[in-house]
Design a protein around this ligand. Structure first.
Ligand code: FEO
Length: 399
């Protein structure tokens, strides 16, 4: 099915909705599908296509352009080289042979490598450079590391629309062009931030500051619906919150148990935290949506990992969660480990070594032999008390 949808006069959404996609990078769950948004901006002199779509959806983009009676395309603005936005570029350049690809110098290199696009097809733009379409002006804002090094944003001055590609987007398949259900989009945008953007939190904060002076009527990302009316502030404020240094009075507990000892400890410990007024987010790793764990890590002050010992090390599913947390670099302050073993364990050393990116204080782990005894439950109470104190110190520090 092809679509024709208008953001403002002569500015159209021409991308594709992928209702059925359930995994990204063969890793990231997409419970609500996604979209690959592309936008056509028609000036009185020139026409620009902003981003393309995933290669699997090339036909939808081509049909949408035909249906619109696009005429010629003079420029294809490539905000980002990743294939879910650039994959249809070769086909578009075949169909519109006079079109030039407008992008950052780094993006040009990547597109030449990834899609074998010839060098003479490119116009590279500097940070702050503009391109006139006649009555419309595109301003390019280099925004590296949201989430690749070559990324840029495109600001349409006269219409006050910021095209952000991945930045501020959400994996959400919806027929709504604009945000209507704010709670659903917030949830999808937080999942997107957690899975894709969180490792670049500090850089993103700088990029947020860079766009803070722009007058923005609409934010048009290349995944999920367009933010208009009051909704640009909702996503901008959410990003300010997620990228801030503030952490919440929350403990995330990813765990797994083989014969029940670790589960007994985790259940007791979670209760102990709840009784002490701490929000607990517990995830049994035996059947988890990894995205939900990533989302929980966006705000939490502490992670406590629960694992039995397998061949002297942590359970492989715990290893996976630890590697993921290490890669996502959440702003955690404290960590600890809870678990059980039969005859010997090097789980604490091995797990700690797997998370060098987490700048956390390791609180005394509680790793025991066999099933938990009264003394072990007391040790868990002590760990819960220590977390309460650490969180209080942290909150006093944040003011
Ligand atoms: Fe949506 Fe980084 O690609």
């Amino acid at each position: 099915m092809s679509l024709r949808r208008e953001l403002k006069p002569n500015i159209y959404a021409v991308g594709a909705i992928d209702w059925d996609r359930r995994l990204f990078d063969e890793l990231i769950p997409l419970p609500d599908g996604t979209s690959y948004n592309a936008y056509l901006v028609k000036g009185i002199e020139k026409t620009a296509l902003i981003d393309t779509v995933d290669p699997t959806m090339t036909d939808v983009l081509v049909k949408n352009l035909e249906k619109l009676g696009t005429g010629d395309i003079d420029y294809v603005i490539a905000n980002h080289a990743e294939q879910d936005h650039s994959g249809a570029l070769p086909k578009i350049l075949d169909l519109y042979p006079s079109a030039k690809v407008v992008c950052t110098p780094k993006c040009k290199d990547l597109l030449m490598d990834l899609l074998l696009i010839p060098e003479d097809k490119f116009i590279t733009v500097a940070d702050g450079e503009t391109l006139s379409l006649g009555d419309k002006t595109l301003e390019f804002i280099h925004a590296p590391w949201v989430h690749w090094p070559e990324t840029m944003l495109t600001y349409l001055r006269e219409d006050k629309i910021l095209f952000t590609c991945d930045f501020l987007g959400s994996h959400l398949a919806t027929s709504d062009l604009f945000v209507t259900d704010e709670a659903t989009v917030y949830e999808a945008a937080k999942r997107y931030y957690a899975e894709i953007m969180m490792p670049f939190r500090i850089t993103i904060r700088k990029n947020l500051a860079r766009i803070s002076d722009l007058e923005i009527d609409m934010i048009a990302p290349s995944h999920g619906p367009v933010y208009n009316y009051n909704t640009p502030d909702i996503i901008l404020n959410a990003y300010r919150d997620w990228t801030s240094d503030d952490v919440k009075n929350e403990v995330v507990i990813p765990y797994i148990s083989m014969h029940g000892s670790t589960k007994k400890m985790i259940d007791y410990f979670a209760e102990a935290l709840i009784e002490r007024g701490i929000t607990v987010k517990k995830f049994n790793l035996s059947g988890i949506d990894i995205g939900k764990l990533a989302m929980a890590l966006v705000d939490a002050a502490t992670v406590v990992i629960g694992s039995p010992t397998v061949l002297v090390g942590p359970h492989p599913k715990v290893v996976y969660a630890a590697c993921l947390a290490n890669a996502l670099r959440p702003k955690l302050r404290f960590a600890s480990i809870i678990g059980s073993y039969g005859w010997g364990s090097r789980m604490v050393e091995q797990l700690s070594g797997m998370m060098p990116n987490l700048k956390v204080e390791l609180l005394d782990p509680v790793v025991i032999k066999g099933v938990p005894s009264e003394a072990d439950f007391k040790a868990l109470d002590r760990l819960a008390d220590e977390i309460v104190n650490k969180h209080k110190e942290q909150s006093d520090k944040n003011g």
